[in-house]
Structures are given as C-alpha cells and as structure tokens.
Design a protein around this ligand. Structure first.
Ligand code: CP
Ligand code: NVA
Length: 303
C-alpha cells in the first residue's frame, strides 16, 4: 500500500519520531546505503524553489536513485490536463512524485489517482517537508518534543498550518501570534480551541515569552501581492533583538528561508548566535533522504 505525505498528520507519532531519528542518523552517515537504486522521483514545481528542489534531487542521488525536474508550465497540466489523469500516467513511469503547487485540493486529487507516493513540496495550505525538517533541527539542538515551548510569529500561512498539525499530532506546546486579519486556516484555528497546549494570540510578546524555539516566515508567500498596508500591520511581529530578549536565553531561532531581511527578521538575529537557520536549511537534505527511504525504499514496501 502506497503512502503519501500531503500533510504532517499523514504520519503517526511513531512515524514522525522514526523519521526525525533517521534524518539525524543519515546526517552522520558518510556513505548512505543505495536503497533507491533504480528508483526515479518526479518533481513538478509550479512555484520557485531553491531548498526543496535541490535537497530532493541530491537526496535521490545520494540514495542511488534519480530525479526528474518538471516546471509545471512545461507539463500538460498547464493546458488543462487533470491532476487525476496526470497521476494515473506518471504512476506508470515513476516511483514517487514531489509536487509544489497552489491548491491543496490539486495535490489531494493527484494522490487519489496515483499508485505511487505523492509528497507535498509546498501548497498554499501546507509545507509539511519543511516542518518535519524543523522538528529534526530542534531535536538536533537538544530540545525535546515534550515540554519545549515553540512559538511561531508572523503570517498565518502554510508554515503556520503545518506547525499546528505537528502540535496536534505530537502534543507540542505551541504559541502562535499573527496580526489581525492574517490568521491561519480557519478549520485548524477552530480545532486548536480544544487543545490547551496550543495558544493563538494577536500579541507577539505573549507568544514569545520564555519560548525555547522561535519560528518565523516571510510576510508575503509566493503568489501573494506585496502590500505596504500589510507590512505596516506586521511591524510589531518582526523577530529582532528586542523581541528575542523576551524568549528563553537559550532559545533557538528558525526560519524556513528565503528570508526577507529587515522585514520578518533582522540581520542581527538571523546571523546571531541563537540562529539555527542555516543548519535547518542543511537538514532539508537529511530529512528528504529519510522521507524517501521510508516512502520509496524496499523496507516499507515489504511491510
Ligand atoms: N524553505 C523552502 O521550502 O525553500 P524553497 O522555497 O527554496 O524550496
Ligand atoms: N510561506 C512561504 C514559504 C516559502 C518556503 C511561501 O509559501 O512562499
């Protein structure tokens, strides 16, 4: 039975913990096993990417497989071929497919009609591969999944939604602060009301107070229009030295990148001693390797 990774909660607590552990082991492994020899990963991207694209391609190479990159515009999807038919066809050539697109429902349709694992490389609603990497990074920084106060400050976007799913699945302590009018997905916001370990506020100082892990992301996600009014509402949500002082002194700072320095985060913080941002970017590779090994490798298929 194939398994997809369309959101964080496609995986159980056991699976998430296993993947985190495996990613950290792979990071220390000089010569990873060629478990994906002869396997081919397709990659359809309707949006730009530096980290996701390259880390998946390199992960396939390191595990002995091969990756094929396709800009969405160069496929027949751009001329209206359905995601369902695309899935039916590509399942006959490939062993797995990573997709970066706009609508979550398109990737859900693709997964429904594909017989190979479909991986969400980012949609407007979720960015599960990134949040899985962020979990790897915080464990690497000796933070525990239990009793660690994680906060996310900024736009209520795909990153926020995937963090909420991670908190719901793993029981994480998560504080989220977004400006009024820029809240995360309304269904998820409704769900967290029943979970006292997840706090939603419009006050960044309340969210960051004594936090052990600070997360932020761009105020303008891919496909969104830049607006000066939005920038103005987000100013109190910038991760700068002053706001960071209210977190735990040993707190780490994460940002999925690309960063808009001087907007959601200052140079001083992103280049400062508490920043794990570039190690986090490095961890995309090992997390992708663990994920591909798990979804495409023989071991899982034999289960
Ligand atoms: N963080 C992330 O997904 O980066 P890219 O957009 O460069 O892939
Ligand atoms: N929220 C951002 C994440 C980029 C990796 C976006 O969707 O553009």
């Amino acid at each position: 039975m194939k398994k997809d990774f369309l959101h964080i909660n496609n995986f159980s607590v056991t699976e998430l913990k296993l993947l985190i552990k495996r990613a950290l082991t792979l990071k220390k492994t000089k010569k990873p096993p060629a478990v994906l020899k002869g396997k081919v990963l397709g990659m359809i991207f309707a949006k730009e990417s530096t980290r996701t694209r390259i880390s998946f391609e390199v992960a396939m190479l390191k595990l002995g497989g091969h990756a094929i990159y396709l800009g969405q515009q160069s496929t027949q999807i751009s001329r209206g071929e359905s995601y369902a038919d695309t899935g039916r066809v590509l399942s006959r050539y490939l062993d797995a497919l990573v997709v970066r697109t706009y609508e979550q429902r398109d990737i859900e349709e693709l997964a429904k009609y594909s017989t190979i694992p479909i991986i969400n490389g980012l949609t407007d609603l979720h960015h599960p591969c990134q949040v899985l990497t962020d979990l790897v990074t915080l464990v690497e920084a000796d933070k525990k999944l239990e009793n660690t106060k994680i906060c996310y400050i900024g736009d209520g976007n795909n990153m926020t939604n995937s963090w909420i799913e991670a908190a719901l699945t793993l029981g994480l302590t998560l504080n989220i602060a977004c400006p009024k009018g820029y809240e995360p997905d309304s269904l998820l916001l409704e769900k967290i009301k029943k979970h006292s370990h997840i706090l939603f506020t419009h006050d960044p100082e309340e969210a960051i107070k004594n936090a052990d892990v600070i997360n932020t992301d761009t105020w303008f996600s891919m496909g969104q229009e830049i607006s000066e009014t939005k920038k103005e509402s987000f100013k109190p949500f910038q991760i700068n030295t002053c706001l960071l002082k209210q977190a735990h002194p040993q707190a780490i700072v994460l940002h999925c990148l690309p960063a808009h320095r001087g907007e959601e985060i200052t140079d001083e913080v992103i280049d400062g001693p508490q920043s794990m941002v570039f190690e986090q970017a490095a961890n995309r590779l090992y997390t992708q390797m663990a994920l591909l090994e798990y979804l495409v490798g023989k071991k899982r298929r034999m289960k």
